[in-house]
Design a protein around this ligand. Structure first.
Ligand code: PMP
Ligand code: GLU
Length: 404
């Protein structure tokens, strides 16, 4: 009989060092509860609740009928890379050629490719915090060291150029952030990004990973791309994708635009791991990128209305500290005034306990801020119907009201 294996001692240090995705873990828990017949409102996963626009779906159907079903070039088909280059010129003031673009299976893969391409063990990556859960774990996977630099709620959670510069060491290789930000909804202004750009300019060995996946979901003004600053252009990797702007999460398409040697390195990695993303998705993405943005604008308008609805509702709950999101589709209230309280059965010690309490007792799935680097906060996705959001806020208010 073989001895009982201890998985942790057999699994790689690499995987043992990684945390499970908190967004996906919470979504799984909510699904399990729903399968037991509980009417859970899921505000845990951040994904558009709208269908993919019709012209994009039509392009995919045509691709199937045209038998466009074979392997594609690793970095993406020529018409898609050209469409991305054109889109970057149109929307982002970024001048890249198709050869600078690598299309991947979601922005998740785009981000991971770049980290695997640039990091050596021990290289430090400054992550502006609160940050999207997967950033730190991707860095760990690539054997880098995440260095969290935290923005204050008073500054809408945004890290300042001074705070960023103070965290730089001789081991710093990269700085990464999303703007609009998941989980806070903060959006850096052009002025703020130019100041961050000046810091990068002064430290010539540092690269920037600018995740702009929520670029179309901005409630005031327009997204500014830090990569459009000429003096640092070659050191900025711009990441984007189709998931958020075109409601295409399940299609799996992300991309980077970067200096050719970085793009080539990503192509090399991807060529040994997944090859090009789905051929049909790529044709759909061409339609998304070259087609009208009416649906995208309508969705952004709905997210703004829901932001207003959720923030107004949260403001009526005592004890929360709230920063008003300027983009994306999340609310990120500080709920620490409820820590140390109990409903008689459940004791709330921290945000993890609170998220579990809201799920099990209030039947609303959220995500603890701990996984995003903000242990006082809870993240709620506002990408849900007005009706569900209103009901969720009411359930949260009742559940919190029972904590003494
Ligand atoms: N970046 C951010 C900030 C995100 O919130 C997400 C989650 N969807 C991604 C990247 C990854 O997106 P996808 O892999 O669906 O393209
Ligand atoms: N980006 C989304 C979120 O933060 C999708 C889930 C994930 O991939 O983490 O909820």
């Amino acid at each position: 009989m073989s001895a009982v294996l201890d998985p942790v001692s057999v699994l790689s240090d690499r995987v043992n060092a990684m945390a499970e995705s908190a967004t996906l873990a919470m979504t799984k828990k909510a699904r399990e509860l729903a399968a037991q017949g509980v009417k859970v409102i899921s505000l845990s996963i951040g994904e558009p609740d709208f269908p993919t626009p019709q012209h994009i779906k039509d392009a995919a159907k045509k691709a199937i009928d045209d038998n466009f079903t074979q392997y594609t070039p690793v970095s993406g088909i020529a018409d898609l890379r050209s469409a991305i280059a054109e889109k970057l010129r149109r929307d982002n003031n970024l001048d890249w050629k198709p050869e600078n673009i690598v299309v991947s299976t979601g922005a998740k893969q785009s981000l991971t490719n770049v980290l695997l391409a640039l990091l050596n063990p021990g290289d430090e990556v400054i992550i502006f915090s609160p940050y999207w859960v997967s950033y730190s774990e991707m860095v760990v996977l690539a054997e880098g060291v995440p260095v969290l630099v935290t923005g204050s709620l008073e500054n809408d959670f945004k890290v300042t150029a001074e705070e960023f510069e103070a965290a730089i060491t001789p081991r710093t290789k990269l700085v990464m952030f999303s703007s609009p930000c998941n989980p806070t909804g903060s959006v850096f202004t052009e002025e703020e990004l130019r100041k961050i750009g000046q810091v990068v300019e002064r430290h010539e060995n540092i690269f920037v990973m600018a995740d702009e996946i929520y670029e179309y979901i901005v409630f005031e003004g327009k997204n500014f791309s830090i990569g459009s600053i000429p003096s640092i252009k070659d050191r900025v990797i711009t990441v984007n994708g189709c998931s958020k702007g075109y409601a295409m999460t399940g299609w799996r398409l992300g991309y980077i635009a970067a200096a050719k040697w970085i793009a080539d390195a990503c192509d090399k990695i991807q060529g040994q791991v997944t090859s090009g993303t789905c051929s049909i998705t790529q044709k759909a993405a061409v339609a998304a990128l070259t087609g009208p943005l009416d649906d995208t604008r309508k969705m952004a308008e709905a997210y703004r209305r829901r932001r207003d609805l959720v923030i107004a509702g949260l403001r009526e709950i005592p004890g929360l500290k709230i920063s008003v999101p300027q983009g994306a589709f999340y609310a990120f209230p500080d709920m620490s005034s409820y820590f140390g309280k109990s409903d008689g059965t459940n004791v709330i010690k921290n945000a993890d306990d609170l998220a579990m309490y809201l799920l099990n007792v209030g039947h609303v799935a959220t995500v603890s801020g701990a996984a995003f680097g903000a242990p006082n906060c809870i993240r709620l996705s506002t990408a849900a119907s007005d009706e569900n959001l209103t009901e969720a806020i009411s359930r949260i208010k009742t559940a919190l009201g029972n904590l003494k």
